[in-house]
Design a protein around this ligand. Structure first.
Ligand code: TYM
Length: 424
């Protein structure tokens, strides 16, 4: 049986070489052999402040970029997270089984919260939403860069805790799939820090896939290295720059470490290495940039593909979250009474009578108006009009049981009839 895969990427910031080599390239490479779900996690982006217009544009732009990188919508389900409500529901339900301490320990939470003036609650529960993304699709594998390893381990912990609490083998325990090369692409300006979307706008930090080839080469030529000359893989922090360049070369060309070193055996120094890596990256990303430009010309087609993806994702995620609710003891709407997924009304319709027809409303209004005119000073209206009232006061239609009376004045005269004289 084919393994199931889910992975996600945030639409905030600009798509860079680290995202491509650490995650998306592997999504594309393994599409044929697996059942794939790839998710643009727009709800995750909201955990730090975003400009709404930019986020809106970047979400579609990222969809085009993923397709340009080679995600095939006939082989993989590509969708936007917020289009599948089950993610939010499952996140809440999982929040209710996740200890706070687990979330406070997350390295990414500590890093990101240190940079914020106000920490949003969303930033803390971010990994629970990520767990919901993964678990809803029964994913066996989660292809991600190294920075996401801790979140996948937490996902396993949450799943195990749920299974244990409710004594069920309900969730599949997923595994992080981290590539051998490109799992942690470092910033070109600072090889001790991960290449990051948050700093992608800083010149020389990241290589964005939409950058001009000239700018890409320039960024590589300016990449920070050490003062030596030896081109070798190494764990020495001093050599982190060269190590990063060699790692990028391996990942982008698919060559082994030995093949990579052989390619640079005749290099005259780091200058040749930088140009060699830069050119390899340009060769890999240029066709992607062209396909991206083409795809962005037809936004309607992009939206259509995303809508189809969301429908396929919902077909998997919605029943899973319903089952989850059932396990947790929630009452589900009874079958056949659903109001297209927005809850069901099971009360009899007779409790909600329709409004009276217009002629009845008009009649009521005229009746009240006439009455106010007839009664001076104004008096409260008599009980609701009825045949009895008509027959008493208007004497029409004539009653067979009572002789026809003269029309009574209303209100009745105040003067009382004189009392009979005393009997004595
Ligand atoms: P995000 O959007 O930060 O990154 C998307 C993917 O790119 C990888 N990545 C890198 N890989 C190598 N070197 C780098 N410098 C580098 N920077 C980023 C990330 O590891 C990631 O695989 N929380 C996730 C998104 C997410 C998700 C999920 C992932 C939400 N739900 C479910 C997997 C499964 C994130 O912020 O990724």
């Amino acid at each position: 049986m084919k393994n199931r895969v889910l992975s996600g990427i945030q639409p905030s910031g600009e798509f860079h070489l680290g995202n491509y080599l650490g995650a998306v390239k592997n999504w594309v490479d393994q599409q044929e052999e697996k059942i794939n779900y790839f998710c643009i996690v727009d709800l995750h982006s909201l955990t730090v402040p975003q400009d709404p217009t930019t986020l809106h544009h970047q979400t579609r732009s990222l969809a085009a970029m993923l397709l340009a990188c080679g995600i095939n919508p006939d082989k993989s389900t590509l969708f936007i997270q917020s289009h599948v409500l089950a993610h939010v529901e499952a996140c809440w339900l999982l929040n209710c089984v996740t200890p706070l301490g687990w979330l406070q320990r997350m390295t990414q939470f500590k890093d990101k919260s240190a940079k914020q003036e106000t920490i949003q609650t969303g930033l803390l529960v971010y990994p629970v939403l990520q767990a919901a993304d993964i678990l809803l699709y029964d994913a066996d594998e989660v292809p991600v860069g190294e920075d996401q390893k801790q979140h996948i381990e937490l996902t396993r912990d949450i799943a195990q805790r749920f299974n244990h609490l409710y004594e069920q083998e309900f969730w599949v325990l997923p595994e992080a799939k981290i590539p051998a090369a490109g799992a942690r692409v470092m910033g070109l300006d600072d090889p001790t820090n991960k290449m990051s979307k948050s700093y992608a706008h800083i010149s020389g930090h990241a290589v964005r896939l939409l950058d001009d080839p000239k700018d890409i080469l320039k960024a590589f030529k300016r990449a920070v290295t050490d003062s030596g000359r030896e081109i070798a893989f190494s764990d020495d922090p001093e050599k982190a720059g060269v190590n990063n360049l060699l790692g990028i070369y391996c990942a982008v060309t698919g060559k082994s470490k030995d093949e990579t070193l052989a390619d640079f055996a005749n290099a005259r120094g780091y200058g040749d290495l930088k140009v060699g890596v830069g050119e390899a990256v340009i060769a890999a990303v240029s066709p992607i940039r062209e396909r991206y430009t083409y795809l962005m010309q037809d936004v309607a087609e992009l939206d259509r593909l995303l809508a189809r993806g969301a429908e396929q994702a919902r077909a998997q995620a919605q029943p899973k979250v319903e089952k989850m609710k059932e396990i947790m003891g929630l009452v589900l709407p009874r079958l056949g009474t659903e109001d297209k997924g927005h809850g069901a009304c099971q009360l009899p319709q007779s409790l909600f009578p329709r409004p009276p027809p217009l002629c009845v409303t008009l009649f009521g209004f005229l009746w009240y108006w006439f009455w106010q005119d007839a009664a001076v000073p104004p008096t409260p209206p008599p009980p609701l009009p009825s045949l009895i009232w008509w027959r008493q006061w208007r004497c029409w239609p004539p009653s067979p049981h009572r002789p026809r009376q003269r029309k009574q004045p209303y209100p009745p005269p105040r003067s009382r009839p004189a009392l009979p004289p005393p009997a004595w």
